[in-house]
Design a protein around this ligand. Structure first.
Ligand code: SF4
Length: 283
């Protein structure tokens, strides 16, 4: 009989947007031998490898691609300036929730707001939003950056939005700093996606109850890294792994309860493999 109790968060595995993107790509790859993806389709190395075997190639220099290539826009979207060349056939897998934020940014730009995006400036979604927002925009990572942010002109209307996979706590902290500033007008949109919020809440609740937490997902996945950080703040016995191969026996030793959470781009089979490994060591 197994000794360790394993609790898998109900908000685990692919989110709706990631699942949708992979389904679209799978369908398209049945009709085409090769499709070039503008960056990894999702932030999970195992899945990217699996799709590369099916013919989805991460595009390097877009300038070097021939005009009749088919391009895939990943789930987190792209900046409009990436596709200066109109001749490409595009398969757009941008998550509709990211699309909604892009639409908000487009409208804010038209209304001449200075747009502040809370997020990671290196993340493709944020680069895409910044590209849509244009010159009158800024990306702020956290409350420290928000504290020192100021605009030279006091007459500007300012709008705050968030990367969909940002930490809600971080967004609220930045929001609280921004409300202290003296702008002509200030509006905000909490655009952290519900799936991200639910995942973060459940992970935090689970981390309080168990002896140890395992967070599964790509090391390059923003939302997985944030989950791992949040869990570690609550439960120091937290490890972030990409697959069962990274799970060490020492980490499992003596644990009576283990919680498992995943990022939005982690495939369900990765959870099954981790559970299987714990059970094997346990028996
Ligand atoms: S985390 Fe949310 S916004 Fe991002 S792809 Fe998934 S459902 Fe879409």
């Amino acid at each position: 009989m197994s000794k360790t109790k394993i609790v898998v968060s109900s908000n685990s595995g692919f989110c709706f947007g990631v699942k949708r993107a992979l389904d679209i790509a799978k369908g398209a790859l049945k009709k085409r031998k090769t499709i070039y993806s503008l960056g990894p389709i999702i932030h999970n190395p195992q899945v990217v490898r699996q799709f590369s075997e099916m013919g989805l190639v991460v595009a390097g220099d877009i300038e070097k691609l021939c005009k009749d290539c088919t391009l895939l826009i990943p789930s987190h979207g792209i900046s409009p300036d990436v596709l200066k060349e109109k001749a490409f056939t595009c398969i757009d897998t941008t998550c509709p929730l990211v699309g909604r934020v892009q639409k908000i940014v487009r409208e804010l730009r038209e209304k001449d707001y200075f747009i502040i995006i809370v997020g990671n400036r290196k993340h493709p979604e944020v680069k895409g939003l910044k590209g849509i927002a244009g010159r009158n925009s800024r990306v702020l990572k956290n409350k420290k950056e928000a504290k020192t942010f100021n605009l030279s002109s006091k007459s500007r209307k300012v709008a705050l939005i968030s990367q969909t996979t940002a930490s809600l706590t971080n967004f609220k902290e930045v929001l609280s700093e921004m409300t202290k500033k003296d702008f002509a007008e200030f509006i905000h949109f909490n655009t952290v996606c519900k799936n991200t919020i639910d995942r973060q809440k459940e992970a935090a609740a689970l981390a309080k109850k168990v002896d140890a937490m395992i967070v599964i997902g790509g090391k390059n996945s923003a939302n997985t890294s944030k989950l791992a950080k949040a869990c570690k703040n609550i439960n120091k016995n937290t490890c972030h792994i990409e697959s069962f191969k990274d799970l060490r026996m020492n980490f499992l030793k003596g644990r009576k309860t283990i919680g498992i959470v995943t990022g939005a781009s982690t495939p369900p089979y990765a959870i099954r493999e981790v559970v299987k490994k714990i059970r094997r060591i346990d028996s």
